[in-house]
Structure formats: structure tokens, C-alpha cells
Design a protein around this ligand. Sequence first.
Ligand code: NI
Length: 138
Amino acid sequence: MTKLYRFGISLEKQLIDSFDRHISEQNYQNRSEAIRDLIRNELVKKQWSEGGVVAGVIVMNYNHHKRELVSRMLDIQHDFQQLIISTQHIHLTHHDCLEIIAAKGRASEIEKLANSLKSLVGVKHVNLSISSVGEHSH
Ligand code: NI
């Protein structure tokens, strides 16, 4: 089992009050869990900025009636195939498709993939979310 360490933090009352309000809005059970997430986020940001290997998910919404778009989107995905772990396609409505692309690699490469998809005509929305791959994150 992972060893847990305890440490104390001194904060101004005003800061801890607004932090408590913030974490209760986010449904955290306690401060420790919220602070753990803040630390993890900082470490992921550091990996991102230092060009380390990260895991990322691209969520995109597009109109599949733009036939040219679908084939260009697939071309781009094949250009980045060494980065892409998995894709999922969901038919949202008669017109709209949702595509979820999971990737693992250098943050800058995953960003490049997301930006290429974003630039296609007919793509309504692209969101990139980055997470740690779990190894060497300390
Ligand atoms: Ni579809």
C-alpha cells in the first residue's frame, strides 16, 4: 500500500474559507482530496510544459454530411497513428457526430493533432484534455 504523509498548512482565514466553498461546490469530501488533485494538476502541467509524455483525450463534434471533412479527418488521424491509442465514434443526431480520440505521447504532438482537427471546415468544437500517464509523474 502507498504510504501516506501528513503535513500542516497555514493559511489566512479568508483564503481557507473561499477554498472550502470552492471544494464543496466541486463535491470534494475533504481538503486532503482537493489538495491532492491540485498537486497532481500542477505536476501534469509541468510535464506538459517540459514536453514529457502525457495522455490526452480529444473530444470533437462535427457535421458528417460534409463528406470531405470525414476523409480529411481520417487522413489526419492516420498521420498521427503512432500517437492515437483508441477512437470512439458516436452518432449524436442525424447531422452531428461525436468523436473521442485517446492519445499518448509528447504534449506538443497531441496539441498538434488537436489543432489540425480544429482547423477542418465543418468541425464545430474540439476540446483537448490532458492527463498524466501515471509513470515518472513524481
Ligand atoms: Ni456519426
